[in-house]
Design a protein around this ligand. Structure first.
Ligand SMILES: Cc1cc2nc3c(=O)[nH]c(=O)nc-3n(C[C@H](O)[C@H](O)[C@H](O)COP(=O)(O)OP(=O)(O)OC[C@H]3O[C@@H](n4cnc5c(N)ncnc54)[C@H](O)[C@@H]3O)c2cc1C
Length: 424
């Protein structure tokens, strides 16, 4: 076993988040009074997925009067954040920026988990395994060493000993992040929006129309015919961003169809329960499969991390969001190879949602090039959820002019118009 002592998320980190929340709660009473008195908002945030919700939360924490809007509800079932579970991990190859953001977000996730009646963060560990000493794995090990984060290297005999329920053919070693684990995605966002409202933030169900062109944005119009005004605006509309800003983002964000499957382990079989199996990802020469144990008895979750076909998220509704026979066949074939005890188990759940990919997988957090009072947040690119707290903090600081350093990789101009995925 190699690796380093964890720079663990400490009780102090969680306490820091809690102290912020208590200050907010006091501010909440003042803010509710202001909202009731019909005074305007400092910021309107459009989209209550993980990015919009954390942005609204951080803005509120900075003392702003914030209105958060969503067309279909926080982390609704059509949104990318509306799924059951999402993985946190700090393994990002040489992309230190994401290792850091994932780690920096953990304290907030732990705090949120404590606020919820049921857990939001399950610290059961995350295991990524490899057929060989891939550059991605070696770079991840080096990044963890440099940053002082714990990462355990499990050679094949150790994998066989610890996880006999997995067929380890062709696997040389694994990297285990014992401090990480899955997040309960929908519960997380909905709990956060409740906390934000309790702290004096305002939330409304409203669908916003694409903003017209012009020299400045001085309001958003809703489908119901209302015009809502604030000093500043954030658009965090996930896979719908290209529909709201077609000329700017139509070719820069590529929503793709993604399928997720849940299988029921055999009755009485505990090998796929969270105490026996961490969150896992099979690097598989870059053609990644990943999943979770039987979290909260929802079933063993598995997905293929390959971009599906490009979609308009609204057109998915016309197909009733059913998984494809080819997708199911591919997953069954993988189970035969890697999780044989599950290969013939019943499919007990499925979900079709969408990635909103930038050209290379980098996030988008930047001012609108024409409107200095507008910030665009999105392009989660299949890995964004875990970064939600750090993304929200960055977006809030950018909007309010507090950002110490702009990350060029998050800019609109860094986004190409053809896909060549680099960030995993
Ligand atoms: C299958 C799958 C697996 C994934 N796995 C992981 C993982 O393991 N780990 C990880 O970190 N990330 C993962 N991701 C990525 C992560 O889920 C996304 O990056 C993240 O949820 C994106 O959040 P968002 O807030 O940008 O978008 P969304 O969650 O889609 O939120 C956008 C919101 O905007 C609202 N909206 C849109 N248009 C309008 C409008 N006109 N007016 C008002 N509201 C509007 C929508 O209703 C929606 O609620 C995965 C994604 C998918 C699809």
């Amino acid at each position: 076993m190699a690796g380093h002592r964890a720079s663990r998320v400490t009780r102090r980190d969680v306490m820091k988040s809690m102290a912020g929340a208590l200050a907010l709660s006091a501010a909440g009473h003042r803010s509710r009074a202001l909202a009731a008195s019909g005074q305007g908002w400092n910021t309107i945030v459009v989209g209550a997925g993980v990015f919009g919700a954390w942005t609204a939360w951080h803005l509120r924490r900075l003392g702003q009067r914030v209105l958060l809007l969503d067309a279909s509800g926080p982390a609704n079932m059509r949104a990318s954040s509306g799924d059951e579970s999402r993985m946190t991990r700090t393994i990002y190859g040489a992309d230190d920026v994401y290792t850091r953001m994932a780690w920096d977000s953990l304290g907030d996730w732990r705090w949120l988990s404590l606020r919820s009646g049921l857990p939001i963060f399950h610290p059961i560990g995350v295991l990524m395994f490899f057929g060989r000493r891939e550059p991605f794995a070696l770079q991840s090990m080096e990044a963890h060493r440099r940053m002082g984060l714990r990462l355990d290297v499990l050679e094949r005999p150790e994998l066989l000993r610890r996880y006999p329920q997995i067929a380890w053919d062709g696997v040389e070693f694994g990297l285990l992040e014992p401090d990480l684990g899955p997040l309960m995605a929908r519960r997380a966002v909905q709990t956060l929006v409740s906390e934000y409202v309790a702290a004096g933030g305002e939330y409304r169900l409203a669908a916003v129309l694409p903003p017209p062109g012009g020299a400045a944005l001085d309001g958003v119009r809703t489908v119901a015919g209302e015009t809502l005004r604030a000093e500043r605006y954030v658009f965090a509309c996930g896979p719908w961003l290209p529909k709201l800003f077609p000329s700017l983002l139509g070719n820069r964000i590529f929503p793709t169809r993604q399928e997720v499957f849940f299988f029921a382990p055999e009755a009485g079989d505990d090998r796929f329960e969270p105490h026996r199996l961490p969150g896992w990802a099979d690097f598989n020469d870059g053609d990644i499969y990943y999943g979770f144990p039987n979290l909260e008895s929802r079933g063993f979750k598995i997905a293929h991390d390959r971009h599906g076909p490009r979609v308009d998220p609204d057109s998915e509704d016309r197909n009733d969001r059913h998984v494809s026979p080819a997708g199911l066949e591919n997953i069954r074939a993988y189970l035969v190879r890697r999780f044989p005890a599950l290969a013939t188990r019943p499919l007990v759940g499925m979900r079709v949602c969408q990635y909103e990919n930038s050209s290379n997988g980098d996030l988008l957090i930047d001012r609108h090039p024409d409107w200095s009072n507008v910030v665009l947040v999105g392009a989660g690119s299949g890995h964004g959820f875990k970064h939600g707290p750090a993304v929200g903090r960055y977006a809030a600081d950018l909007l309010t002019g507090r950002l110490a350093r702009v990350e060029p990789r998050f800019s609109v101009t860094s986004k190409g118009e053809s896909q060549h995925r680099e960030v995993h």
